[in-house]
Write a protein that binds this ligand. Structure first.
Ligand code: UD1
Ligand code: UDP
Length: 367
């Protein structure tokens, strides 16, 4: 038996974990157990994903919640250590770059339990992003590093990671995207889009939650004003992350926007994928949404000065944007002058199977 703990906590973790959970269930002696740290806890940021992805309830729920970086990371570490001492797993698998990823990889490693990192090697080279610290520390302590693209391998090799720990397996988010979208037929997709009062290929989908965009009043207001102007040309739908929602309220930004600019609650996964699949283009600062846009061949403007996912630019449909240039970029997209892009290698829906094959060969911890 090889008991493996799969760690999730925040919205972008669930769709990365689900395909691996299901692949491992079919691959005895691997025995996957889900640990949810509780970093995200609103229904639509957490439980709705378990429903849409048909996941079982977590085997352990740590209920750690929000806080400063130190508070949140420390609380997760303390709670997770108890789980590790009880479960004595052979391996811990962490996903992505959130605080739960960092906290659980450190805690496991200090108890001499091997760690596997899914989505290893990504680098923005921007230390003002908390995720960059999380990525680097997690990769440093990981025993197995599963990368989505060749830049990940290169970054790790440059940092001195032994080549035999690095496994390029592709992008596991795309496994979930393919399997969920395949289950929503054209009629159901049309209904979902209509429910938002929108028409196919006739709206822009927006998400924003990076502190650099939403934690300061002036910057956030400038972005909202641009989106409001854009909505006079094409409808805009903006499912708002709780961090952003709280800031809009705290800054007292008055919402006297066009009717065509809809600010709505976060959207559950199957609906969000449908909204992506039918949009004209995307404006985002999300990591994962840049990748989903590239897979779907959809123009994407990433409101950031850098990205840890460069293949979405070099091979995909993504471009970086700032408030000086974004208007011209939107006009270019609406005029149909945008790159075609292609799907990067191994973003094919089979990443979880490739990871599982590596795990079956991995010795793990001997108790
Ligand atoms: C976190 C991740 C970020 C990821 C994002 C995905 C870190 C450092 N950041 O950012 O990398 O891109 O999730 O969505 O791990 N809140 C709620 N309800 C929730 C969750 C959060 O109201 O269910 C509010 C709380 O006020 C909280 C704030 O959002 O303080 C921020 O949550 P937190 O998890 O600290 O960071 P995110 O901005 O969500
Ligand atoms: N997502 C969702 N509903 C939303 C916004 C995003 O289901 O309202 C999904 C999206 O399809 C992608 C993931 O959440 O799979 C991206 O998470 P997020 O942007 O929160 O985090 P990041 O990728 O930036 O870390």
């Amino acid at each position: 038996m090889a008991k493996v703990l799969l760690i999730v906590g925040a919205r972008p973790n669930f769709m990365k974990m689900a395909p691996l959970y299901f692949a491992m269930v079919k691959a005895p002696p691997l025995e996957p157990l889900i640990v949810h740290t509780g970093q995200h806890y609103d229904y639509v940021m957490s439980q709705a994903f378990f429903e849409d992805l048909a996941l079982p309830q977590p085997h352990h729920f740590l209920g750690t919640g929000s806080g400063s970086h130190a508070e949140q990371t420390a609380r997760i570490m303390v709670e997770f250590e108890t789980v590790l001492l009880t479960e004595k797993p052979d391996l811990v698998v962490v996903f992505g770059d959130v605080n739960s990823t960092l906290a659980c990889s450190l805690t496991a490693k200090k108890l001499l339990i091997p760690v596997a990192h899914v989505e290893a090697g990504l680098r923005s080279f921007d230390e003002t992003m908390p995720e960059e610290i999380n990525r680097r520390v997690t990769d440093t302590v990981s025993d197995l590093l599963f990368t989505p693209s060749p830049d990940g391998d290169e970054n790790l090799r440059r940092e001195g990671v032994a080549p035999d720990k690095i496994h390029r397996v592709g992008n596991i988010m795309i496994d979930s995207l393919i399997s969920i979208l395949n289950r929503i037929d054209a009629d159901q997709q049309a209904q979902i889009v209509q429910r938002f009062g929108l028409g196919r290929r006739n709206y822009v989908l927006v998400t924003l939650h990076r502190p650099s965009n939403v934690d300061e009043r002036d910057g956030l207001e400038q972005i909202l004003r641009y989106l409001n102007r854009l909505s006079s040309q094409i409808p805009v739908v903006f499912p708002v992350h709780p961090r952003t929602r709280k800031n809009i309220e705290a800054f007292g930004i008055e919402a006297s926007f066009h009717d065509a600019f809809q600010i709505v609650e976060p959207v559950r996964y199957r609906e969000f994928l449908t909204l992506e699949n039918n949009a004209r283009f995307i404006v985002t600062d999300s990591g994962g949404i840049q990748e989903e846009a590239t897979y779907l061949g959809l123009p994407c403007l990433t409101l950031r000065p850098n990205t840890e996912r460069p293949v979405t630019i070099t091979e995909g449909t993504n471009e970086l944007a700032d408030m000086n240039g974004i208007e011209a970029q939107s006009t270019r997209i609406l005029a149909g002058r945008w790159k075609e892009g292609r799907i990067p290698d191994l973003w094919d829906g089979h990443t979880a199977e490739r990871i599982t094959r590596v795990l079956l060969e991995f010795p793990g911890k001997r108790h």
